[in-house]
Design a protein around this ligand. Structure first.
Ligand SMILES: Nc1nc2c(ncn2[C@@H]2O[C@H](COP(=O)(O)OP(=O)(O)OP(=O)(O)O)[C@@H](O)[C@H]2O)c(=O)[nH]1
Ligand SMILES: [Mg+2]
Length: 235
């Protein structure tokens, strides 16, 4: 199996190199490649990745001209991964909230499902170091998605997940609307509606210790609008 790991970055200079090295040190039963999608981070994250990619052929970086959003970064990274023949595509954050130690479990889950989600809200999952506000936001977004969109998934907003190629055979990425964080919920809904199977595996999410969060009020508002849009629109 060929697996691609897609990591969107914006100002992650303290995290990205240790993360890339940690990923490469994992024992996985797949040929790994890592595609970082950097939005011209003002802190020079993109340059660091280019240097690191000279040392490890598994690493490559897509440089975009500016901050175009998490969802659009995923779309671009996924397209590249598919064009290079990936059978499975993992999405993960650059800030160590998503520990590389869960990669083997996520990839192994693809034997039983089309989409495998690293979940905070099933038995064995959890979160560490997150503020009350952050917990309420995450719980609230999930409750809204479950209630309004009738999703059985416990953690539909988790960005740590593994898509199999079957997902992209059924879902045309260019029709996925969300450019921001709501891309994650939209993909779960689209998978459900396409009859694809979803499985959750437990992860302990750890709050970032280095660098700053990029989630804004505007993103939260957009997320809510996307959920309403998905409610009223059948794909
Ligand atoms: N390429 C790209 N990456 C982004 C963009 N926005 C966020 N990211 C990256 O997406 C990942 C998730 O963003 P975070 O800021 O960690 O968001 P979060 O995990 O919801 O918030 P925290 O828990 O506060 O860290 C990180 O790797 C960011 O660097 C963007 O517009 N473009
Ligand atoms: Mg984060």
């Amino acid at each position: 199996m060929r697996a691609a790991i897609v990591i969107p970055t914006y100002n992650e200079k303290e995290n990205i190199i240790p993360l890339l090295r940690s990923i490469l040190s994992q024992k996985v039963a797949a040929a790994l490649e890592i595609i970082v999608v950097d939005d011209n981070s003002p802190d020079g994250t993109g340059l660091l990745i280019d240097e690191e990619s000279k040392l490890h052929q598994e690493i490559s970086c897509i440089h975009r001209k500016g901050k175009l959003g998490l969802g659009s970064a995923y779309r671009e990274g996924f397209r590249t991964a598919l064009s290079r023949g990936a059978d499975a595509i993992v999405g993960m954050d650059a800030d160590f909230s998503h520990s590389p130690k869960y990669l083997p479990a996520l990839l192994a889950g693809t034997a039983h499902a089309d989409l495998v989600i690293g979940s905070r809200y099933i038995k064995g999952g959890g979160q560490k170091g997150c503020s009350l506000g952050r917990r309420i936001l995450s719980r609230g977004a999930n409750a809204l998605a479950r209630l309004l969109l009738a999703l059985p998934t416990r953690d539909a907003t988790s960005g740590f997940r593994c898509y199999t190629r079957a997902v992209f055979d059924r879902i045309d990425l260019s029709t996925v609307r969300s450019d921001g964080y709501s891309f994650l919920v939209e993909m779960v809904v689209r998978c459900r509606r396409a009859g694809l199977t979803i499985r959750e595996v437990p992860i302990i999410f750890e709050n970032r210790t280095r660098g700053a969060s990029k989630i804004s009020r505007r993103e939260v508002w957009h997320g809510m609008m996307t959920i309403l849009h998905l409610l009223f629109r059948r794909f």
